[in-house]
Design a protein around this ligand. Structure first.
Ligand code: NCD
Length: 313
C-alpha cells in the first residue's frame, strides 16, 4: 500500500503515467473496497469532482460519479458539450481553468486526441483522462486489468485477443500498451484490414518485444485465447457512414464461436456493445463484461481516493 500516497495530486492522461507497482497498489485498494463496503467510505467528504463530458458516456461518467459519491465526496459537471460554454466558443484551456477553480479534480472526456494532455497543462488540479478521441482511455485499462487479475488470478502468461475496431478503439490502444509491460503476454489483433491497430501502438509492442499477430478471422484464433476483448466499430470516428455500415457487423460473437473457446477464457468488452456479442452469450459463465463494469467503479474509487489523498491511503 506504500505507493498509494505517492499518487496524491497526480494526473492520469495515459496508462504509462502509472508505474506497474502503482497500478498493483490501486488494484489492492480496489479489492479491499470490493470486500468491505465501508472501506474508504467518507474518505473524500468535502471534496468535489468535476466531470466534464464533451462526448457521450454511460459507464465511465456514472462510475466516476458513483465512485465519488461512495467515497463521501460530491460531483459537478456536464454530460454533453451543448450545455457548457464550449457551445459559445470557449476554448478547452479556459473551461479547464474555470473547472480547476471549483473542483479538487477533473475527469474529462473529449472527442479530440490530445485534449487530455492539453487539459493537464492548464489545470491546477489533477486531470483524469476519461477518453480523448481515438487515442487513450487509461481508467478503462485499470478496469480491464483489475477484471483480468480478479477473474484469472494474474496478469501475465496470457494470450489476449483483441477483436473489432482496433484502429479507432481507444480502450484497445491503452490496454495493449499497458499489457506490454507485463510478463509473457501474447497478443492477437483480429480486425478487418481497414481497422488494424495504429502503427504507433505496434511500435510500442515491438519495443517491448511482445509476440503479437494480426489476423482477420476470429475463428482461427479463438481456441488459444485466455482473454477475448471484443469492441464495437466506432461509428462516430468514421468519415463516411457507408464504410461504417459495411464494417459494423464483421464480427459477431455467438454461442457457436464460444463453443470453440477454452473453458476458462473470459470475454471482456468495454461496452456499449452494439451487435458484436449476441445476447445469448450473456448467460455463458465466461461472459465477464458486466462484472467488468462493476470493477470499473471499484478501481475508480481507489484512484480518486489516492489522487485526492484520502485519509487511509
Ligand atoms: C468505451 C469508450 O468510450 O471508449 N466505452 C467506455 O468507456 N466504457 C468503448 C466504446 O465506446 O466503444
Amino acid at each position: 500500500m506504500q505507493n498509494i500516497s505517492k499518487l496524491k495530486g497526480r494526473y492520469l492522461v495515459e496508462p504509462e503515467d502509472l508505474t506497474l507497482e502503482e497500478m498493483e497498489s490501486l488494484f489492492n485498494l480496489a479489492e479491499n473496497i470490493e470486500k468491505d463496503d465501508a472501506y474508504l467510505r467518507e474518505s473524500c467528504r468535502g471534496k468535489l469532482l468535476a466531470t466534464l463530458f464533451f462526448e457521450p458516456s454511460t459507464r465511465t461518467r456514472l462510475s466516476f460519479e458513483a465512485a465519488m459519491l461512495r467515497l463521501g465526496g460530491s460531483c459537478l459537471g456536464f454530460a454533453e458539450p451543448g450545455s457548457s460554454s464550449a457551445s459559445k466558443g470557449e476554448s478547452l484551456a479556459d473551461t479547464i481553468r474555470m473547472a480547476a477553480c471549483y473542483a479538487d479534480a477533473i475527469v474529462m472526456r473529449n472527442p479530440k486526441e490530445g485534449a487530455a494532455l492539453l487539459a493537464s497543462r492548464y489545470s491546477s488540479v489533477p486531470v483524469i483522462n476519461a477518453g480523448d478521441g481515438g487515442h487513450h482511455h487509461p481508467t478503462q485499462t485499470l478496469t480491464d486489468l483489475l477484471t483480468i487479475r480478479r477473474l484469472l488470478g494474474k496478469i501475465g502468461n496470457l494470450t489476449v485477443g483483441f477483436c473489432g475496431d482496433l484502429k479507432f478503439g481507444r480502450t484497445v490502444h491503452s490496454l495493449a500498451k499497458a499489457l506490454s509491460r507485463y510478463v509473457n503476454i501474447k497478443m492477437i489483433f483480429i480486425s478487418p484490414a481497414e481497422l488494424t491497430l495504429p502503427d504507433y501502438i505496434k511500435s510500442i509492442l515491438q519495443k517491448h518485444k511482445i509476440e503479437y499477430y494480426e489476423k482477420e478471422n476470429l475463428d482461427d484464433s479463438i481456441q488459444e485465447l485466455d482473454v477475448l476483448y471484443m469492441t464495437r466499430v466506432q461509428r462516430e470516428r468514421f468519415f463516411n457512414e457507408e464504410d461504417y455500415i459495411r464494417l459494423k457487423d464483421t464480427y459477431v460473437l455467438n454461442s457457436g464461436r464460444m463453443s470453440q473457446a477454452k473453458e476458462k477464457m473470459i470475454v471482456l468488452h468495454p461496452l456499449p456493445r452494439v451487435n458484436e456479442i449476441s445476447v445469448e452469450v450473456d448467460s455463458d459463465p465466461r461472459a465477464a463484461y458486466f462484472t467488468q463494469a462493476k470493477y470499473g467503479m471499484y478501481v475508480r474509487m481507489a484512484l480518486l481516493a489516492a489522487i485526492l489523498g484520502a485519509g487511509q491511503c
